[in-house]
Design a protein around this ligand. Sequence first.
Ligand code: ZN
Length: 209
Amino acid sequence: MPLPQPDPVIDDADIRALFDATLAAARAWHAADPVQRNFVPWPDDLAYVPRPASQVTGLAHLLSDPGEASEASLALRDALLAVAPFAEWRLTYTEDEVGKDFLDRFGWFELAGPEGHFRTLQTRMTIGFWGAGLHYPWHDHIPEELYTIVSGGGRFMADGEETRNLGPGGSRFHRSGQRHALTTLEAPILTFVYWRGDALADPPRMSVA
Ligand code: ZN
């Protein structure tokens, strides 16, 4: 699938406006949900940092099928789709850890955080996308985590918890060090994820099989 070509008419101010609009949609998403508000207050130290776009092949999959949104998540989903070609996408994992198909149809970027498009040291807000029929293997990390589902859906697994299928508006909490995994079924999933606590810039640790 071809990657979207940057529009030469779009300049830095336009890109900044897209990130500002995305942050505003994220703030409304946070404000409307007591689970998110209780997990972490909206940061008060956000500062925009220009970062070069970095595209991954998963971006084309996201743009062609982001999964169904709910009425409440549509504004955030559409803001994320608009900003997605200008985001600094990352893969983090290796083919040995997750396989080639996963790397081809996955990607994440940090909207806000220590290394985000908006810098904050109070939390980390990342956007993750997985195409349909992928398995995100068991892993854990020091920060506590709250997944929220923006569009599509998936099956969430965690040590000591019931496995649950979640769709738009659903959320899932992971404790510090609690192992968890995610499988997408027939739909892709677009997630908005918060971290809080120490080691906000560290990558997750894959569990040894
Ligand atoms: Zn996690």
